[in-house]
Design a protein around this ligand. Sequence first.
Ligand code: NDP
Length: 332
Amino acid sequence: SSGKDKLGIALVGLGNYSKGQLAPSLLETEHCYLSAIVTGTKEKEKEWAKKYNIPKGNIYNYENFDDIASNKDIDIVYIVLPNSMHAEFTIRAAKAGKHVICEKPMAVSVAECKAMIKACDDNNVKLSIGYRLQFDPYHKRIINLSKENTLGSINYVNADFAFTIGDPTQWRLKKDLAGGGALMDVGVYCIQACRYSFGQEPIALRAQAFNSGNEKFKEVNETITWQMEFPDGKISNSTTSYAMSVNSLFVSAQKGKAQLMPSYGYGGIKGFIKDEILEFPKFNQQQAQMDAFALNVKNNTDSIVPGEEGLKDMKVIEAIFKSLEQNGARIL
Ligand code: NDP
């Protein structure tokens, strides 16, 4: 498949993110295109086939999914399902010999993340996680702070991401499908941001959970705050929630500060680094992310957001849940 001009991508799960962001972005990608769809909803088949010119033979469901193995139009499978389904479909895609992009959070446990990485290694396919922000020009500037030592040593990071959730019946509020509440969904962006702002891995953390008693949050946490310790006494502080609206990243360093607010959207990011107001032209994160992975596959190079990156965040998530179980104990 490496000789092909554009690699074929199969989207698995045609929900809001596939429909609103990924499929439209696949009309703008240079190195890949939407070649196939996998859906459990019969009515979506016709609609998508028409809109994106998908041939009948490239439409699958969750049962016959494994038949993609013999489909030459599919080079990459993009998993956009509820969180607890990520591991199963990543492993099935790997066994079918397809490269995989899996949405965040990578899975719902460290054990699943490890099994996904192993399945991709065993089947000689590449795995990357849908961490679109690592391709965004604003976040790349933040990532470069520690690499280029522009502001000297970074000593504090505050990363918060929360929104007010609607429909109480959605999968995001169900433990078996989501694996957890806001932490799994948007808190993972805060973990990522703290890790790439410092350019280091946390060495310990403590976490606290808050619950108003709202019926919506019977199965998953409503709000979690946590503090991470990084080498040399540096710390981060984060809040994630389904019951408030916060969206920011603040970095304090020896020689100045940086901030992105709002920070984690598909666009509309605003911010500064010391005296410089950051301003980049309109940018399609998803297009950049998918093109980068297609090039990784074509050129046999490493993704900047491989499965290992998702695993590191999942280790933090498990440590946060462990701290909560132990009434906020310090977890190493
Ligand atoms: P949606 O609920 O909008 O879509 C999920 C889709 O999964 C459904 O439409 C359905 O597609 C399929 N599905 C299969 N089984 C189930 C089930 N039991 N319950 C519900 N849906 C099922 O979710 P999103 O698109 O918002 O999120 C999907 C994934 O993408 C999540 O892991 C999320 O974290 C991630 N995401 C990432 C974003 C990013 O910026 N990187 C942004 C938004 C989401 P079908 O009808 O085709 O079978």
